[in-house]
Design a protein around this ligand. Structure first.
Ligand code: GAP
Length: 456
């Protein structure tokens, strides 16, 4: 679909999903704010993730660690030394780009081509860019109140380390036994050289991760690596992402992060340059626990309760980006449907579990108090159970279109007949079919319909 990204960005702004960060001050590169619909969508994604991977499992527990950590954490984890991207600088305009982002490099060179051609002795392709330099991605902050005595700290570059440094705390305070996982959802920060593609590469973003601790054994490592690949892709499929838009891609040894023994990305077939990574499975082995043990002098081992054998567990990590997942759920759900008379409707076919609002309530007319009163009563009742929207502007057709664009599965209209027959019209987002439902049955009807998992 042409210009799909422009349409998504425009819809996101128009309908209150995502706005540029600090917009009234001209923005701040790589930051985004979620609006009323966006925060609901993102919270629903996080809630479903937590429900699947923590609430419904006996082998995973959750934590919520601080964003600011002792700087030694980042020395131990290797981030201060190795969390770098190769950076090149354009000799014509001095813009800096990732040396490994070939598409962006080519695009940039095209922009300068007329000028390069004109400068006879000017930069040829090979010396158009500076030699790649390493650029650390950690975002610095300073703590303390007295100038000159402030301590440099880092905003976490990944949420992972908060889990590893609490490995012993979790072991000591729960009954969990290996194999087990520790899950966390939270913000991470990276000084990305070229943020872009809407929220895809941001400088502030959210991650959801599970560090899954296993016995240090090659066979076990392979088994759990495959296991987590399946768990993760099935979760996305269960929430309606189209199968043909997902694929796994193994990392080549030279592209693996400094901590990874093996790595595989789950990619989405995006409208901005095709397959893009949004979730990774990493075999981190004992990298983190061993390094933290060495740097902190704390013993971070596990003793098997049966064999009494003591060992440093390996970690199979499943790490996803909440913002990238949100973006891909939005893109995947976007449809332009041809209607009669050359009309087109835009509809977000979001899974009902993810839809920001489950139901919208409309009084047929905004200037008839008896309709408003009856509709308000229904709205007040429904909002106890579901995230419910209210709309009394414009005509019913326009209200339907607005709710379609936010992905609201059901719209309920209260008309003059409702005052007589105690029934309302319920309209289905996907089929656009309308049904008359008794007000006394409405809550149950919506509950049943919303529980159906497949909306397509
Ligand atoms: N703990 C492992 C780790 O952080 P990663 O592949 O660097 O691994 C995990 O990041 C996920 O975080 C990615 O799959 C992606 O979804 C998300 N992510 C990483 N950098 C991002 C950025 N600049 N903007 C938005 N999301 C990002």
């Amino acid at each position: 679909m042409e210009n799909l990204m422009e349409k998504i960005v425009s819809l996101a702004k128009r309908r209150g999903f995502i706005y540029p960060g600090s917009e009234i001050y001209g923005g701040l590169g790589g930051t985004w704010d979620y609006g009323p619909a966006g925060v609901e969508l993102k919270n629903n994604i996080k809630r479903e993730w937590w429900r699947t991977f923590v609430q419904l499992r006996d082998d995973v527990v959750g934590i919520d660690a601080a964003i600011l950590m002792n700087p030694k954490v980042w020395e131990a984890s290797g981030h201060l030394e190795s969390f770098t991207d190769p950076l090149v600088e354009c000799k014509v305009c001095h813009e800096r780009l990732r040396a490994d982002h070939e598409d962006e490099i080519k695009e940039h060179e095209k922009r300068h081509q007329p000028r390069i051609d004109r400068i006879e002795t000017g930069p040829k392709e090979k010396d158009f860019w500076t030699e790649p330099q390493k650029f650390n991605l950690m975002v610095e902050a300073s703590l303390g109140v007295i100038e000159g005595k402030k301590q440099t700290v880092y905003l976490r570059g990944e949420i992972t380390q908060g889990v590893h440094v609490n490995f012993k705390n979790v072991l000591d305070s729960t009954r969990i036994k290996i194999p087990f996982g520790i899950a966390q959802v939270g913000k991470a920060f990276r000084n990305e050289i070229t943020p872009g593609n809407f929220t895809f590469r941001s400088r502030e973003f959210e991650q959801f991760e599970i560090q899954y601790y296993i016995k240090p054994d090659e066979k076990e490592g392979k088994k759990w690596f495959e296991y987590w690949k399946n768990e993760v892709i099935n979760w996305y499929l269960s929430l309606g992402i189209k199968k043909e838009n997902l694929r796994f891609r193994d990392h080549t040894p030279d592209e693996r992060a400094h901590y990874a023994k093996d790595a595989c990305d789950l990619e989405y077939n995006s409208p901005f340059g095709g397959w893009k990574e949004f979730q990774g499975i990493h075999h981190r082995a004992d990298w983190d626990l061993s390094r933290h043990s060495k740097f902190s002098s704390e013993k971070l081992t596990y003793t098997d309760p049966e064999t009494k054998k003591e060992f440093t567990p390996w970690d199979i990590e499943s790490s996803g980006g909440v913002d990238r997942a949100t973006l891909f759920f939005l893109i995947d759900a976007y449809e332009e449907e041809k209607l009669e008379k050359d009309e087109t409707r835009v509809v977000l076919r979001l899974h009902p579990k993810l839809a920001p609002y489950k139901v919208a309530v409309f009084p047929l007319l905004a200037n008839k108090q008896e309709l408003i009163n009856a509709a308000k009563k229904i709205y007040d009742d429904l909002k106890i159970e579901f995230m419910t929207a209210w709309d009394d502007r414009g005509n019913i057709g326009k209200r339907y279109r607005a709710q379609d664009e936010v992905g609201t599965p059901y719209c309920v209209t209260i008309d003059f007949e409702s005052l007589e027959d105690n029934a309302v019209t319920v309209r289905d987002r996907d089929s656009m079919k309308q049904e008359r439902i008794a007000i006394s049955e409405l809550k149950n009807y919506l509950k049943n319909e919303l529980q159906k998992t497949n909306t397509r």
